[in-house]
Design a protein around this ligand. Sequence first.
Ligand SMILES: *Cc1c(COP(=O)(O)O)cnc(C)c1O
Length: 360
Amino acid sequence: MTRKFNFSAGPAGLPEEVLAQAQQELLDWHGKGLSIMEMSHRSDEFVSVAEQAEQDLRDLMGISSAYKVLFLQGGATSQFSMIPMNLLRGKTNADYINTGIWSKKAIKEAARYCDVSIAGSSEGNGNIAVPTQAELKLNPDAAYLHYTPNETIGGLEYDYIPESGDVPLVADLSSTILSRQLDVDKFGLIYAGAQKNIGPAGLTVVIVREDLLGSVVAGTPTMFDYKVHADADSMCNTPPTFGWYLAGLVFKWLKAQGGVAAMEKANQRKQAKLYAAIDASDFYANPMAVANRSWMNVPFTLADDALDALFLQQAEEAGLLNLQGHRSVGGMRASIYNAVPEAAVDALISFMQQFEKQHA
Ligand SMILES: *Cc1c(COP(=O)(O)O)cnc(C)c1O
């Protein structure tokens, strides 16, 4: 068996050590004679796995007791609805910053529940630079301010945390959670689909300040009420137990790597060398403003897009998988999440250099 280097944007690669441990525990978890997937979510065994995963995430991110950590289903996309349903709290307006495809989807869904004000947008510059704090037009009466710290498809990442005063700040951290240090206390709510930087698809993590809970818009389904989940420790119904367990293994792995500070250092190095290789060449290009280049998702184009298919084919033959850009933008995209080792980035860079030599 040879595992290849996987640059998938999501579901993304998982740490090999985590997969090996899951494989080893698959048939017989801790001598109990059954797998974790076959266990009641209310058993002492599973509850201890669930609680440990939450504690490890709290430790990794420095999440205080003022926040609830929820392990939900429905993906980040369900959060596009749950956020207005839960955080409007009687208000009729919410502020959103538009920096690309994921922001737009969040905005479209929120508009079903409230008046959305676009507090800032990068549309005017073709989504290559985020609006600055000074450019934001914030409504002090907004129920919350929503933004997308990392646009996974465009490869656009904020280099600052928007300051929203007393208005709770809401962040879609799906593709950047745990990749670098973050002051959670600046946020009212953080959410992330697991399948990029946490674990397998099917699990969604929500970190929400407890004082924001308790008021939902009329007609909100029970399963879309954060307080219901918070009061039941995310077990008001059957949670995604296997995803939760695997996320717990990833959190332990992150701690063993030295935590988020160590990941930040590694991710800083990985992205710096990949962008440097792109910039050093006239054959490859990335259009983003340097300060807003995503650390996790690195899109790039070839000087001649007629070579795209050959690039992808030869990359795959070289053991470099899933480099095709999103169908909406084309070109290439290398997603280099926490679980993508630096050796994968090194291999990609030398492949790119060889390909350029042959075809430039
Ligand atoms: C992948 C992604 C989503 C969608 O996540 P699902 O879990 O598939 O709903 C939303 N926002 C961002 C920033 C993403 O990267």
